[in-house]
Write a protein that binds this ligand. Structure first.
Ligand code: GDG
Length: 729
């Protein structure tokens, strides 16, 4: 039975040694562990990750013990050495990717040794998955530490369902491009079938990077790579709502609250909880509190900030500096404003058990969640879930993914310190009924979009993407299918072949004049046309003169300009009668206007069509202009009986009466039985040919799988191979 394999840098259990050197297993309380708990603990499912402990040759026995214990709980450890953690985790993951993805690229280190270790460790994770996985398993990989894993697995298990979720922001292209390994990282992630982000903006940034770095465009978030459709979408992560709501009303939490209240006194309380990280905006928040107390002195002695900072990554230099900065700032503010009976900031550099955290959430009149950048931020959601009486105000940075869902919070730009100061003032003054109204709205949202909903949404979508891939009418042509086609060809007493030219018989070339037929192609066509009862029709968008010049010496027939011109065997070129061309005078100036504002684009005038080319235009700009042209001409064209075709870096406008499919009727329809018909093409315009073919015809799409054709092959070389085998049969 197919199973689900979760892969993340850390396992949901932390293995540690206590003071006596005995092993301890500490389950993670994080939301991800809870949400995925219902998945990995079921049946044969498994979670692959690092258990958080190093082993050397001397402690082989305890390593074995850990492996066995974890494996009995559906976990598969990947063991990492100290140097791997240093280079892969602290290095590439946290000193290269983390700062870049959080727009702190000035902190990013670009070290080859870091990347090499990252690649090696990603391979280790891949190998661990391959040890366990069957070809039809579902594999869900998490986060920025493992971006190369999807493609590494894909290489070995081409049919596996692979999902990838990024928990941190995906930066805009201008920032992402700074990474020396940007291409490798994107290719790695694109080994997945489904790629998930927290927000639409992250998804948009990823698609833009893929388009500019890998030159792969998208349609409504779907991209096609190596003939696989990959879906990119946003899945905002939620929390275990009930856990926080229940914990908030638990007797142990209430007694903690009473204890804390007694020692703090009767003041308004603000709360902030973060891991120590420069992305969380902790120093800026302290400065904001400082400004607040000086701007609104009436609040001195009346409001305190409880600030929990959870130690994190303290081996990384930038985090050590940050810790010192925070210590200094807290000391300065407490020294400046504090009194015998009032401490402005209650600062804790450690973590607390859930009941303490819940007590803090309950007590806080205001939660100050002001990261400079955050993929989602779960603390703000936990605060909302804990507010059973619906009283309290959330101040939330617009740079946190959560701000997209929690728009009833007071949304602030953390760089605009005075705006945040005023938001604090507003929050402290907010009438209770207003607080309740906002809180009720936010609770409704996060209750529904909880962690279980998120897990289900992602996994169901992954299933759905895979199902669609499988049921797509177009099948990748394997050797058996190819051999059957060749047998049909051999045993048929009449054969008809429709072959598109650019992208099908020759590679797509950015310079159209560079696509001349080479000797190999000419030989194949000569051989095919010299077979008995075999007609070969080159069916192209190119003009008739080029076709005649390049292929006129071979005994092939032609459809030129998508069907405007035809040339049957032993006949002259003919065109469709009474074709109206007067529309060109109206359309040409429009295309000229776009060419005038788009450097390196140009217009080609064919006998019965106009083509706007943007092969050499700056990536992105060409696509933008093409969209503009298409929407500009949409209305005009339907009134003028024209068709606007979007090809590979071209927009072509032609008479609606003309298309490749219609042109083929001159050859098909003689009614003769036992006729072998083959149609091969690579782009949009060839879809008309495929659709016009009779039922038994063999239709082949070159490139992706989205087509009306029956089969798909990878590239022009595969087409030549097929034709070559037919020619030799
Ligand atoms: C990454 C992304 C994204 C904190 N202090 C204590 C404690 N915590 C818990 C909180 C919360 C979690 O840690 C922090 O989660 P965040 O989402 O705020 O931040 P990251 O750790 O940076 O997480 C982030 C997330 O992944 C999920 O995709 O939202 O954007 O950066 O759950 O409650 N828990 C306990 N004691 C503490 O003292 N028990």
């Amino acid at each position: 039975m197919a199973r689900t394999i979760i892969v993340s840098n850390r396992l949901p259990v932390k293995v540690q040694r206590d003071d006596n050197g005995d092993l301890q297993y500490k389950p993670s309380e994080g939301g991800l562990a809870t949400g995925l708990g219902s998945i990995y603990k079921k049946g044969d499912n498994v979670w692959v990750g690092w258990p958080g402990l190093y082993f050397n040759d001397k402690n082989k026995e305890s390593k074995k013990e850990v492996t066995e214990r974890l494996s009995s709980e559906n976990m598969e450890p990947v063991y990492l050495s100290e140097s791997e953690i240093k280079l892969f985790y602290e290095g590439f993951s946290n000193e290269t990717l983390w700062p870049t993805f959080h727009y702190f690229n000035q902190y990013a280190l670009y070290k080859r040794s870091y990347y090499e270790a990252y690649k090696k460790v990603n391979q280790k994770f891949c190998d661990a998955v391959l040890e366990l996985a069957n070809p039809d398993d579902t594999i869900w990989i998490h986060d920025y530490q493992l971006m190369l894993v999807p493609d590494m697995i894909r290489e070995k298990l081409p049919d596996a369902s692979i999902g990838f979720f990024l928990h941190i922001p995906f930066p805009s292209f201008e920032v992402f491009r700074l990474l020396p390994w940007r291409r490798e990282l994107l290719d790695g992630v694109l080994g997945s079938d489904l790629v998930g982000f927290h927000t639409y903006d992250d998804m948009r940034h990823f698609l833009s990077a893929v388009s500019r770095i890998c030159y792969i465009g998208n349609q409504q978030g779907q991209i096609t790579k190596d003939r696989r459709t990959i879906v990119i979408d946003s899945f905002p992560i939620g929390i275990d709502y009930d856990k926080y709501a229940n914990s908030s009303s638990a007797p142990s939490t209430l007694s903690k609250e009473v204890r804390f209240r007694t020692s703090i006194g009767d003041q308004k309380l603000m709360l902030s909880i973060d891991r120590l990280d420069y992305s969380k905006g902790i120093p800026a928040r302290l400065e904001i509190f400082d400004i607040f107390l000086s701007k609104y002195p009436e609040y001195q002695g009346k409001v305190s900030l409880i600030m929990v900072v959870v130690p994190s990554r303290d081996n990384v230099e930038k985090y050590k500096d940050l810790k010192e900065e925070v210590d200094l700032l807290v000391g300065r503010i407490n020294g400046k404003y504090g009194s015998m009976n009032w401490t402005p900031i209650h600062y804790f550099y450690r973590s607390f058990p859930l009941e303490d955290l819940s007590a803090f959430y309950r007590m806080a009149d205001v939660a100050l969640v002001t990261p400079m950048r955050d993929g989602m931020n779960l603390v703000c959601k936990e605060y909302v879930a804990s507010k059973l009486d619906k009283r309290g105000v959330l101040i939330l940075s617009e740079m946190a993914g959560a701000s997209k869902e929690l728009s009833e919070a007071l949304i602030v730009n953390p760089n605009d310190k005075h705006q945040v100061v005023d938001a604090i003032y507003k929050a402290l003054k907010m009438p209770v009924d207003e607080q309740e109204k906002h809180m009720a709205f936010m609770q409704k949202t996060i209750k529904k979009f909880n962690i279980h909903h998120w897990v289900k949404l992602f996994l169901d979508r992954l299933d759905n993407v895979k199902e669609r891939q499988k049921t797509m009418g177009t099948k990748v042509m394997d050797t058996k299918m190819r051999d059957d086609i060749i047998t049909d060809f051999k045993t048929s007493d009449k054969r008809l072949l429709f072959l598109d030219y650019d992208g099908t018989l020759v590679p797509f070339n950015s310079d159209p004049q560079e696509a001349k037929p080479d000797k190999e192609l000419i030989d194949i066509l000569h051989k095919l046309t010299s077979l008995d009862n075999t007609n070969v029709v080159i069916i192209s968008g190119r003009d008739k003169n080029t076709l005649q010049n390049w292929l006129g010496d071979i005994d092939v027939e032609f459809v030129g300009e998508h069907g405007v011109w035809l040339k049957m065997r032993d006949e002259d070129w003919k065109t469709i009668d009474n074709l109206d061309n007067s529309w060109k005078d109206e359309i040409r100036p429009i295309l000229e206007m776009y060419s005038d504002k788009t450097p390196r684009s140009f217009i080609e005038e064919k006998d019965y069509s106009l083509v706007w080319h943007y092969r050499q235009v700056e990536t992105g700009l060409g696509e933008l202009r093409a969209r503009e042209i298409i929407s500009h001409l949409k209305y005009l064209s339907s009134n003028m009986n024209l068709e606007v075709l979007e090809g590979n870096k071209v927009v072509e406008i032609k008479n609606l009466e003309v298309n490749k499919g219609k042109a083929t009727t001159r050859w098909i329809g003689s009614g003769k039985k036992n006729k072998f018909i083959l149609a091969v093409g690579d782009d949009w315009t060839d879809e008309d040919t495929f659709k016009a073919m009779p039922k038994g015809a063999c239709t082949v799409k070159v490139g992706d799988l989205k087509s009306a054709a029956k089969y798909s092959v990878k590239d022009h070389e595969a087409v030549r191979e097929l034709l070559g085998m037919m020619a030799d049969s």
